[in-house]
Design a binder for this molecule. Sequence first.
Ligand code: FPP
Length: 243
Amino acid sequence: MAERTPSFDLSGYTIPTHVAIIMDGNGRWARQRGLPRQAGHRAGAENLRRIINACVEFRIKILTIYAFSTENWGRPELEVRGLMKIISRVIDQELKDLHAQGVCLHHLGSMTGIDPGLQEKVRRALELTKNNDRLILNVAFNYGGRAEILEAVKHILADNVAPEELTEALFSSYLFTRGLPDPDLVIRTSGELRISNFLIWQAAYSEFYPTPVYWPDFGREELYEAILVFNQRERRFGLVTEP
Ligand code: FPP
């Protein structure tokens, strides 16, 4: 008999609108099993499918994932090529289902340096899914928070925005996440306690949830647990709650 998936009741809980994840620990997950790093990245990519399904189930509206940072180019060439191959394969294999599921893909980052064939694949994926509204999936790919801020500043200068016109809201509209609310919850797997150049403007007031679990093992149950912990947090945004 097929095993039943336990249902997680989140009624009465606040569901974070926007969850962002630093998917860390693929390499250590593989090493623990005596496998090559690429096997860890493959397991990480498979896990993404589980987490997307869980986000839809839990009615999270926006998921942002850190797939490849501007710093990741410094990894061994073989690993970089392997990661690009996985990303390309995931688009080939998952795009149809993601579209059917109502997932709208966004790209955060730059296309500079990306293989033209993969650039084209990404563009087609964004175009195909642009009107979907069940879950926005922001893929931070060739992304760096500092590079994003620099790009924004360059565009603001090019647009001749006067200093007195420049507000936080206007600045945000020059970022890759324009039009989207900031993340409520930032999850980092594998026990590291760094932000690593991820959404450094947008995560100013996000709740941070570090977990020792390696990314390939961070499943639906772990996401549910993160939402429960999020509900115990008191978000003050720099204010006080006492009268
Ligand atoms: C960090 O683990 C993970 C990455 C740099 C890559 C994340 C990529 C995937 C999960 C592949 C799939 C992505 C998409 C969008 C299809 P690490 O290698 O730094 O692990 P370690 O710290 O244990 O070495």
